[in-house]
Design a protein around this ligand. Structure first.
Ligand SMILES: *Cc1c(COP(=O)(O)O)cnc(C)c1O
Length: 476
């Protein structure tokens, strides 16, 4: 059985895909789940696939995703030119391999590595793979340290807020590391310095600090967490490194919060990841991971591949991977520069904070965050709004074409259900006006209800994984 989405079920009713009679001279039926016996004309095949995909949502009105939904035509040209390049073929495509290395050094520089030429890193399919690699490096370093000291190295744990993206639970599960998830509590919706150190011990391979929680867009206090871990080191001798999951924020903070210290300026930060396909502004899928120096990435994790008769080190889970996204990332860095990224990210933040303020002004909602960290904010219903739920609001917006996810928070705050808006490049103040109009149209009817119509079962935006924590994951 293929891994399937619940919406696939309705497909099952018919074994065949219907082809619009306009496109064929003779009636054509196409089996749905079997490779057809014969061939199809290319125009017909194109039209069949194109028409099926028309029913996907409109990316511009999708306020659920962090992932880039628009790139300029020149970037798309480059991507089409590179569609046939395999990132792993360093020998055949040495220029592509070189652009990847330049991107790594540019990111190392952006994140204030002491010597960007010495920092190591690579592209990945996204932050999920990047986090796996960073987690593996933490685990391996800890094992080496323990074994060198003659201590047992069989019970590693990793400390992080329960608000981590599902990739960290996968990391812990797939690589047998105990996930120490710090629950939320009251108005604390992410990891704090105080809580992080309480969960650490001699078996802690690292602490994950998130620059930009997917639940509410807030930055975790990376500098505070590092300072608390410095004290822990002095008191107990446990030297616990920090990995910063900057899937979104590592491409926001350098441009909008230049003075905020969250990156390699903090000596305890061993590695940083980002999603090139989020605020790096590239189509999916590209991610990046950078280690502060060669010592932060144990050499025994690195493989050497043949490269123009020499050797090229690689560290990756995948083998073949498209080169187009990496080239597009390099294009964006050149095309936009610091100024361009700053202008785009700051515009997103302006739209987010303005929209948050106006949503608060409608009177029906209470802000959880205000868009001043990531250009992302979460809000819930004001206390006296009892006749409807956030899930009803999400459904009412959906009727008008907007995709705004509603979901409950995880452990200790399961009672809190929120809506979340992600402002991406392309979401303008004008679209913000239209969203406010849509809310203003929906509210009188919602406020006229005597009880909520949709409950948390309609939180159709979850990752839908079946681990209990993952059920609370907003999409990203
Ligand atoms: C999106 C996200 C991830 C996963 O990133 P992908 O690029 O989608 O694999 C990990 N961590 C955080 C904080 C995220 O926002």
């Amino acid at each position: 059985m293929p891994l399937s989405h619940p919406s696939h079920r309705q497909d099952r009713r018919r074994a065949e895909v219907a082809v619009n009679p306009v496109f064929t001279r003779e009636p054509v039926v196409i089996p749905r789940d079997r490779i057809p016996d014969g061939e199809l004309d290319n125009d017909t095949a194109y039209q069949v696939v194109h028409d099926e995909l028309m029913l996907d949502g409109n990316a511009r009105l999708n306020l659920a995703t962090f992932v880039t939904t628009w790139m300029e035509p020149k970037a798309r040209d480059l991507m089409a030119e590179c569609a046939d390049k395999n990132m792993i073929d360093k020998d055949e495509y040495p220029r592509t391999a070189d652009l990847e290395q330049r991107c790594v050094r540019m990111l190392a520089d952006l994140w204030h590595a002491e010597d960007p030429a010495e920092a190591t890193g690579c592209s990945t399919t996204g932050s999920s793979e990047a986090c796996m690699l960073a987690g593996l490096a933490l685990k391996r370093r800890w094992q080496h340290r323990r074994r060198a000291a003659g201590q047992p190295a069989d019970r590693p744990n990793i400390v992080m807020g329960i608000n981590v993206q599902v990739c960290w639970e996968k990391f812990a599960n797939y690589w047998d590391v105990e996930a120490r998830l710090v629950p939320m509590d009251g108005d604390r919706f992410h990891l704090t310095a105080e809580e992080a150190v309480r969960y650490c011990d001699e078996n802690t391979i690292g602490v994950v600090a998130i620059m930009g929680s997917t639940f509410d867009g807030s930055y975790e206090p990376v500098a505070g967490i590092c300072a608390a871990l410095d004290r822990l080191h002095e008191e107990h001798g446990w030297d616990v490194p920090v990995h910063v999951d900057g899937a979104s924020g590592a491409m926001i903070a350098p441009f909008c919060d230049a003075d905020l210290e969250w990156d390699f300026r903090l000596p305890r930060v061993a590695s940083i990841n980002t999603s090139g396909h989020k605020y790096g502004l590239v189509y999916p899928g590209v991610g990046w991971v950078v280690w502060r120096d060669a010592a932060a990435l144990p050499d025994d994790l690195v493989f050497r591949v043949n490269y123009l008769g020499g050797e090229m080190p690689t560290f990756a889970l995948n083998f073949s991977r498209p080169g187009a996204q990496v080239v597009a990332q390099y294009y964006n860095f050149l095309r936009l520069g610091h100024d361009g990224y700053r202008r785009i990210q700051q515009y997103c933040r302006d739209v987010a904070t303005d929209l948050a303020r106006r949503i608060a002004g409608l009177g029906a909602f209470r802000l959880i965050t205000d868009g001043s960290h990531l250009p992302v904010f979460a809000f819930t219903l004001a206390d006296d709004e009892t006749g409807y739920s956030v899930f009803d609001v999400s459904a009412a917006l959906r009727e008008q074409g907007w995709l705004v996810p509603a979901y409950t928070f995880p452990r200790n705050r399961e009672d809190l259900a929120v809506l979340r808006i992600v402002v991406r490049n392309g979401f303008s103040h004008d679209l913000g006006d239209l969203l406010i109009d849509a809310l203003e149209r929906a509210l009188p009817r919602l406020r006229g209800q005597d009880k909520p119509q949709h409950g948390r079962e309609s939180a159709g935006f979850s990752h839908g994984a079946d681990s209990p924590q993952a059920q609370h994951q907003p999409t990203s």
